[in-house]
Design a protein around this ligand. Sequence first.
Ligand SMILES: [Zn+2]
Length: 142
Amino acid sequence: MKLQSDDALKMYFYQNRLETFEGWPFEENCSCTPENMAKAGFIHTPSENSPDIAMCFFCLKELEGWEPDDDPEKEHRSHSAACQFIVLKKNVEELTVEEFFKLQKERQKFQIIKSCNASITKFEDSAKLRRADIIKTIKGEE
Ligand SMILES: [Zn+2]
């Protein structure tokens, strides 16, 4: 899922992240409730086959296969140690403008890395297909 830049800015706020967790499979008697997920920076990004995909709005790390006892903050830290949002000691509302812009700069790095990796994967996949085609042709198959 690609976040429009306005939407991404909104996601700095807990309440907006929380609202994405409609239909989240873990509601009660568990650690990964929508509230705890949103507190840990996650937004709900379900796909047709995976209702439990969540992505950090900041570092864009996607995690799925949640278990009721998973602690969203711990999971976030262990899968994305470089994420500055999860180590933030203040609420976003309390940041200075300078701190906010520094965070934004870091967030953009994650976005660039993610889109570069997506392009690389796409290129490698099409190179593989092309290579298979060439080999077929050499072998004289259709
Ligand atoms: Zn993160």
